[in-house]
Write a protein that binds this ligand. Structure first.
Ligand SMILES: Cc1cc2nc3c(=O)[nH]c(=O)nc-3n(C[C@H](O)[C@H](O)[C@H](O)COP(=O)(O)OP(=O)(O)OC[C@H]3O[C@@H](n4cnc5c(N)ncnc54)[C@H](O)[C@@H]3O)c2cc1C
Ligand code: SF4
Ligand code: SF4
Length: 477
């Protein structure tokens, strides 16, 4: 079509040298005009791959179409009616939708995530969710991360009475470790404020386990229990020297950076090595760069750059911020007397295929080298802390570390106890929805009823709609 724009309306961003000096947000909002121009690029596909790719099937085509028509209030309502953590997601989601956006085939995908932010910032987003008629049934959720919060919302709007037991004195789970240059820290409160009228009670500082078991909760009158404890205990490598002062697992490090002005090591000049190549490693590297302005940060990863699991955006921004890299190196031991003084790494290469045809990474003999440093941050994965949980649950632990129910019904071996989690915020929310639906199906079946349709979470009959036959903008702007 004449006038079709394949390039994205640029997202305002601070320069690398500027942003490495502070924790201010890296990406800035579109203006209203920029948002409309970007939304008008959308083709309003009859088969929206973007919606299919989203783990909560957010109607992004819908809110983009409404923005293109300058209907920001409707765009905000449409976004929030199926996405209760939208303020968090509009800055942090790994935007799976954009990977499948058809515009990516010819040019740059629509900025779907950033337009969600425009919908919420320019539209009326201070709305309140409305519960359906009370169902007179209580559900307990263990864990106040995205899985638990989404399940609480799904059940809350359906009229259930929900108690969320959270071990920490705050909600959000791993969301609380996301660096402030991505998320300035108030977004979760903004989202949770909309839960106000739902019958959802948050019990903070309540760790489930030996004394507060899922079975005990069932005995106490809860009709079902969802275990949504995530995988937030850091894994260690078992390297000699790992116990030395100056070695930090990434998660507690990131949490301390967010919660205290000086983080774990203050604003000192440090020589830092980060082990790992995932998004968490990059969060740790970029945060420590900001905490130690005149120091240096090197990411050590055991495979090549192309095999690194971290998102391309993270890697590009880290390079711009002056982070160094050492690829195809594995850590061997950490050196130091009383404090970290260096780390010994070894070259790696791809070895011969194993019985299953996989080619593991193997160390190259005689290739050890020492990197002098005073800080080592380990970002090599996480696991669930299931201390005190009874064995009868026989929880299935996923490869990424969180417990999950066994079959399609998300139930564990104990009747009425479910378990779920996810690899990112929106995947965890998708799992929270699936588990909540499974809980509702279980409860209504037990009562000999049929599950009612999903109510409108704002208590009204209608959601914002585009005009009949609306097939995209007319490219007038
Ligand atoms: C540093 C970091 C950065 C990330 N950045 C992003 C990002 O930018 N975008 C993205 O989409 N995803 C990101 N993720 C991943 C995302 O945060 C997780 O996938 C998501 O939070 C998982 O949600 P969850 O609710 O299943 O688990 P969690 O978030 O881990 O929440 C589980 C909750 O359960 C609580 N809990 C644990 N045990 C108990 C118990 N016994 N009793 C009571 N409560 C308990 C925990 O305290 C926690 O609050 C990041 C993760 C990390 C670690
Ligand atoms: S152009 Fe992209 S964002 Fe728009 S409807 Fe099609 S797939 Fe979705
Ligand atoms: S929640 Fe994430 S994946 Fe879903 S539409 Fe929004 S940005 Fe895309």
């Amino acid at each position: 079509m004449e006038g079709r724009r394949y390039d994205r309306t640029p997202i305002p961003e601070d320069a690398g040298f500027q942003r490495a000096a502070n924790f201010g947000e890296v990406l800035h909002a579109y203006t209203k005009e920029e948002a409309i121009v970007e939304a008008q690029r959308c083709l309003q596909c009859a088969m929206p791959y973007c919606v299919q790719a989203c783990p909560i099937n957010q109607d992004c085509r819908g809110y983009i179409g409404l923005i293109a028509q300058q209907r920001f209030d409707d765009a905000a309502r449409l976004t929030l009616q199926e996405n209760p953590l939208a303020t968090v997601l509009c800055k942090t989601c790994y935007h799976y939708c954009e990977e499948d956006c058809i515009m990516g085939e010819r040019g740059v995908p629509i900025a779907i995530r950033h337009l969600k932010r425009a919908a919420l910032e320019f539209g009326r987003s201070d709305l309140l969710y409305v519960p359906s008629a009370p169902r007179h049934k209580r559900v307990a959720i263990i864990g106040g991360g995205p899985t638990g919060l989404m399940a609480a919302w799904e059940l809350g709007v359906r009229g259930y009475s929900v108690s969320v037991f959270e071990a920490q004195p705050f909600l959000g789970g791993e969301v609380e470790t996301i660096p402030r240059y991505h998320l300035d820290g108030d977004e979760l409160d903004t989202d949770l404020a909309r839960y106000k009228n739902l019958d959802v009670t948050f019990l903070l500082g309540k760790r489930a386990g030996a004394e507060l078991t899922p079975e005990k909760l069932l005995q106490d009158g809860y009709a079902a229990v969802l275990v949504a404890v995530g995988a937030s205990d850091p894994k260690l490598l078992g390297l000699p020297g790992e116990e030395l002062p100056g070695v930090f697992p990434a998660l507690p490090f990131l949490l301390a950076v967010n919660k205290g002005p000086e983080g774990l090591f203050g604003r000192k000049r440090r020589t830092i090595v980060v082990i790992g190549g995932g998004d968490v490693a990059f969060d740790a590297a970029r945060s420590s760069r900001r905490r130690s302005k005149d120091g240096s940060v090197t990411v050590v990863y055991r495979k090549t750059r192309t095999e690194m699991p971290a998102g391309e955006e993270e890697v590009t921004e880290a390079v711009e911020e002056g982070i160094h890299f050492l690829f195809e190196r594995a850590p061997v031991r950490i050196l130091g007397a009383g404090h970290v003084e260096g780390i010994v790494v070894q070259r790696t290469e791809v070895g011969p295929p194993d019985a299953k045809g996989r080619r593991p990474v193997v160390p190259v003999a005689g290739s050890e080298e020492t990197i002098p440093c005073d800080t080592v941050i380990l970002a090599v994965g996480e696991k669930a802390n299931l201390e005190g949980f009874p064995e009868e649950l026989d929880l299935r632990i996923t490869a990424q570390g969180w417990p999950q129910g066994k079959g399609a019904d998300w139930m564990t071996d104990v009747e009425g106890v479910f378990a779920a989690g996810g690899k990112s915020i929106v995947y965890a929310m998708g799992a929270g929805t699936a588990a909540a639906l499974a809980i509702e199906a279980y409860l209504v079946k037990k009562a000999g009823e049929t599950p009612p349709p999903r109510p409108d979470p704002f208590g009204g009959p209608d959601s914002p709609k585009l005009p009949e036959g609306y097939g995209g903008p007319t490219w007038q702007l």
